[in-house]
Design a protein around this ligand. Structure first.
Ligand code: CP3
Length: 348
C-alpha cells in the first residue's frame, strides 16, 4: 500500500485533493546531501552501481524536499553499456564512450541476447532497496532513455550541440539506424519490465533529443519505437517526455501511454485540447524560474498551474532542475503547488 498515492491517481485520471509534484533530476547536485555521498566515492558510476548509495540518494529528495514521488537514481546510459558499449562520466564534461556505432561492422560487434537481469542487476537491486526504504511513503518511478536519444549517444560518443553524426546517419544509413533503434528498443522493453518487477510503480521515457528531428523524421526514427515500448507496457502509469518535439505533439498525444511530459516551450492549451481528459499532462515550469525571487517563483508557478485546467496534471519543471538552483527555491515551488486550491480551475 502506498500512503501518498496522489501521483498514481493523477496518472490514472482519478480524483485528487491537490496536484502531485516532483522534479526531474531531483536526486542530484542541487542537494548538498547528494554531493556529500558523491564526494566519498570514486565517481558517478560507483554511485549508480552501488545499490546502497543509489538508494540513499533516491530517498533524499523525499526526506528533504517532500516531493510526491521518488525517481530511481541511475542514468539512461546504462542501456548502451548493457549492450556492450561502456561509458565513462567525465567530471565537468559529461558522458564519454570509447567506441561509437557508425558502421554495420560496429553494430555487429554489439552483444546480442542480453540478459538484462544479469547486466543491470544493480538497478533492480537499488529499486528493491528503495522500495523497502520508502516503506510506502510515495510511489517510485523507473525510467529509461528513448531509443532515439540513446542512439544519439551511441553514435556521437558524447554530448553535442547538434548531434550531427546521429542525424547524418538517418540520411546516409537509414537501415543501420533502424537496426540499432530496434535493438535498443528490445533491450529497453526488457529493462522496463524488470524495473516493474523490482518494484517501480510508474515509468518514464526521456527523449531528451527529440526536438532536433523534423516532424517526419521523428515519426519514423523516434515515435515508431516509443510506440512499441508503450504497447509492451500497457496499463502502467507511463510518461513519455519528448523534449522539444513541439510539431509532433498531435502524434505524441496519440501514444498508448497514460501521461505526456511537456517542456516549457510547449503550449499547454494545445496539449490539453489534444488529450482532453483521456491523458494526464506533466510539467512544465521553465527551470530558470527557480533562479528568481520567492515572490516571482510563486507567481510563475500559479500562472503555470492555472493554465493546465484539469485534474489530470502532475506538476514538474519543463526539464531537469539545474544543479546550481538553491534547494530553498525548489521548496518555494513545491509549497506553492501544495497550497494551490485544486477547485480553482479543474473542470474534471
Ligand atoms: O533525479 C533524477 O532525475 C534521477 C537520476 C537521473 C540522472 N540522469 C542522474 C545524473 C536521470 C533521470 C537521468 C537521465 C538522463 N541522463 C538524461 C535524460 C534527462 C535529461 O536531462 O534530458 C540524459 C540525457 C542523461 C545523460 C547524462 N547523464 C548526461 C548528459 C550527463 C552529464 C550532464 C550533467 O547533468 O552532469 C549525465 C550525468 C548525470 N546523470 C548526473 C546525474 C545526477 C550528474 C553527474 C554527477 O553527479 O556528477
Amino acid at each position: 500500500m502506498i500512503q501518498n498515492d496522489l501521483f498514481l491517481r493523477a496518472h490514472r485520471g482519478e480524483a485528487i485533493e491537490r496536484y502531485p509534484v516532483w522534479l526531474m533530476r531531483q536526486a542530484g547536485r542541487i542537494l548538498p546531501e547528494y554531493r556529500a555521498v558523491r564526494a566519498k566515492l570514486s565517481g558517478f558510476k560507483e554511485l549508480v552501481e552501488t545499490p546502497e548509495f543509489a538508494t540513499e540518494v533516491t530517498i533524499q529528495p523525499v526526506d528533504l524536499l517532500d516531493v510526491d514521488a521518488a525517481i530511481i537514481f541511475s542514468d539512461i546510459l546504462v542501456i548502451p553499456e548493457a549492450m556492450g558499449l561502456p561509458y565513462q562520466m567525465i567530471e565537468q564534461k559529461g558522458p564519454w564512450f570509447e567506441q561509437t556505432i557508425r558502421t554495420q561492422a560496429q553494430l555487429d560487434k554489439l552483444d546480442t541476447d542480453i540478459d538484462v537481469q544479469e547486466r543491470l542487476w544493480y538497478v533492480f537491486e537499488a529499486l528493491k532497496q528503495t522500495k523497502a526504504g520508502l516503506n510506502g511513503r510515495v510511489p517510485l518511478i523507473g525510467f529509461a532513455g528513448a531509443p532515439w536519444t540513446i542512439l544519439c549517444y551511441m553514435v556521437e560518443g558524447h554530448g553535442s550541440k547538434t548531434f550531427s553524426e546521429s542525424r547524418k546517419l538517418l540520411y546516409t544509413q537509414p537501415i543501420l539506424a533502424h537496426q540499432l533503434l530496434q535493438r535498443i528498443t528490445d533491450v529497453t522493453i526488457a529493462y522496463l519490465k524488470g524495473q516493474l518487477a523490482a518494484g517501480a510503480d510508474a515509468l518514464q521515457i526521456f527523449d531528451s533529443w527529440a526536438g532536433i528531428l523534423g516532424e517526419a523524421q521523428y515519426r519514423e526514427f523516434g515515435l515508431r519505437y516509443i510506440n512499441q515500448i508503450c504497447e509492451a507496457l500497457q496499463d502502467v502509469p507511463f510518461t513519455v517526455f519528448s523534449k522539444g518535439a513541439i510539431a509532433s505533439l498531435p502524434e505524441i498525444t496519440q501514444l498508448p501511454c497514460t501521461t505526456i511530459g511537456l517542456d516549457w516551450n510547449m503550449s499547454v492549451p494545445l496539449a490539453r485540447n489534444l488529450v482532453q481528459n483521456h491523458k494526464t499532462l506533466q510539467g512544465n515550469l521553465d527551470p530558470c524560474v527557480l533562479y528568481g525571487s520567492p515572490q516571482s517563483i510563486e507567481q510563475e508557478t500559479k500562472k503555470m498551474l492555472n493554465s493546465f485546467k484539469s485534474q489530470r496534471h502532475i506538476v514538474n519543471l519543463g526539464h531537469g532542475v539545474y544543479p546550481d538552483i538553491d534547494p530553498e527555491m525548489v521548496k518555494v515551488f513545491i509549497n506553492t503547488v501544495k497550497n494551490y486550491e485544486i477547485t480553482n480551475n479543474a473542470n474534471s
